[in-house]
Design a protein around this ligand. Structure first.
Ligand SMILES: [Zn+2]
Length: 492
């Protein structure tokens, strides 16, 4: 039954990829009516609003060290109230004991015909040191048609688009067929965190954010080196995050009287074995679709390897080459990698302790306990004590929901003719895991295109100015399509 259903959905998805003329025609009319509706000067005002929200948010530092999420949440609340949202529908929720870890939840009331649609983003950003950056990371800089700042893409671009759209919907008197909920949360970037805003909201204010499904960060398009839009990704599922502490202890002693039984050597040899090991090859359904679609867009060896991996039985040489590519290995295997190391206490003493952190990313559906057992087996040394850090949050992959895929696909086609929408499983982790785990299927979708290295989490984070503007329009249309009563779900 489940298999049958899955096949039906996949056939449907592929039919869209094969292009369905009715949907396409409908999408074009959607584009026209949206443009007419808001007009040229209307668009200028929209962009002004978007830019001002974006600048304000980027310039409120929301790092863990010195930043303040509550300040950002309050700034958003003020804008929404000024746009006409009643106070009861705009809440800044601050967890007890963490005054700077505030979250915002706002609601645009609809007709109540369906369960709400949740629009999710995170307010916090990864640390950024001024000295390491070419430009001040907490000032919005516009250069070469590009915005630079910490959070320029992750996640203040999408967050600003969602806020602007909530304001636009209110101002134009849009009444959706269901409530639209905006949730902007703290501590997405910290794993594990005591103050993850979404996790806390689910535990303490579930009614405020309960929804049929959610749209979140994680999706987006890629721009190649020639500036061409390659594909638009919709994120459907992610791997499970689990770190481990490895530790070897030893009585130690004087370094002039060494023994072969050395804590550092035990640890190092175990890690070297882990470094050479590959977890079993697996092909999640969404990855199969992804490779199938992408192999038609790529060329040469990479395209051939994608085809080789999805054939039955898979071509083992293709699997080996895909495993060697950092961009793809996480789509076909669970991965565990050493990320931190410590040990010893004096240059002239035998180490009494040596430790490492191994960070694993587990494919959906693979039991984490099995990964723990494999890790112990591969380290192959009972002197190496392996303990999980925190509890994993499982993230069952959301279904390939035809309604969402259709709205995303039609809007993509209307805005960027010829650019395909491609579902993919993320190799990284987002707050979607909490929602998927809580039974609210969550999809990563942004309509924002960027180059392969956007600098997210790293240096000189950026996004093309045009991508921010387009993403806002894309999200405006998609959220509307998913909350209007038309059966096709596309009238703007
Ligand atoms: Zn993010």
């Amino acid at each position: 039954m489940q298999l049958l259903m899955r096949n039906t959905i996949i056939v449907t998805v592929l039919a869209w990829f094969g292009l369905a003329p009715t949907h396409r025609a409908h999408a074009e009319s959607n584009e026209k009516s949206a443009a007419t509706q808001r007009g040229g000067s209307g668009r200028t005002a929209e962009i002004q609003l978007l830019r001002s929200v974006y600048k304000e948010l980027v310039e409120i530092n929301t790092t863990d060290s010195v930043g303040d999420n509550t300040r950002a949440a309050k700034a958003v609340a003020a804008r929404l109230r000024a746009a006409g949202y009643p106070a009861k529908d705009v809440q800044v929720l601050v967890p007890p004991g963490a005054p700077k870890k505030g979250n915002l939840v706002a609601r645009l009331r609809g007709k109540g015909e369906r369960k709400p649609l949740l629009l999710l983003g995170h307010l916090d950003v990864v640390e950024a040191k001024r000295d390491d950056w070419q430009r001040d990371p907490f000032k919005l800089t516009e250069e070469n048609d590009t915005f630079y700042a910490r959070g320029a893409t992750d996640d203040k671009a999408m967050v600003s688009a969602l806020i602007s759209n909530m304001i636009l919907y209110k101002k134009e008197g849009f009444v959706p067929n269901r409530d639209l909920i905006l949730a902007l949360t703290a501590d997405e970037e910290i794993i594990p965190s005591e103050h993850n805003g979404l996790e806390w909201l689910l535990k303490t204010h579930r009614n405020l954010i309960d929804a049929e499904y959610a749209l979140n960060e994680g999706g987006g398009g890629t721009i190649d080196t020639n500036g061409k839009y390659v594909a638009h990704g919709i994120m459907v599922g992610e791997r499970v995050y689990q770190s481990y502490r490895l530790e070897v202890t030893n009585p130690g002693g004087h370094s002039a009287r060494p023994s072969k039984d050395n804590a550092i050597y035990h640890l190092a040899e175990g890690l070297a074995r882990l470094g050479k090991f590959d977890f079993p090859f697996k092909l999640p359904e969404v990855t199969r679709l992804y490779f199938q679609r992408l192999s038609e867009l790529e060329s040469g060896q990479l395209a051939a390897d994608m085809k080789g991996v999805i054939q039955n039985p898979p071509d083992q040489e293709a699997v080996a080459r895909m495993t060697a590519r950092p961009r793809f290995v996480g789509m076909i295997r669970t991965t565990c990698v050493a990320t931190m190391l410590d040990g010893g206490h004096a240059a002239n003493a035998l180490p009494q302790r040596a430790g490492a952190i191994v960070n694993c990313r587990v494919l959906p559906g693979e039991p984490v306990e099995e990964v723990t057992r494999t890790l112990v087996r591969v380290l192959a040394d009972d002197k190496i004590h392996v303990s999980p850090i925190g509890k994993p949050v499982l993230s069952p992959a959301p279904p390939l929901n035809p309604e969402i895929l259709r709205a995303a696909n039609d809007t993509t086609t209307a805005m960027w003719p010829g650019v395909p929408l491609v579902p993919f499983m993320a190799v990284w982790t987002t707050d979607a895991r909490f929602l998927n785990n809580a039974g609210i299927p969550t999809y990563g979708l942004s309509g924002m295109f960027n180059d392969e290295n956007s600098g997210a989490h790293g240096l000189d984070e950026h996004i093309p100015v045009k991508s921010l503007y387009e993403g806002q329009q894309f999200l405006y249309r998609v959220a509307k399509a998913l909350s209007t009563s038309s059966r096709l779900g596309m009238s703007p």
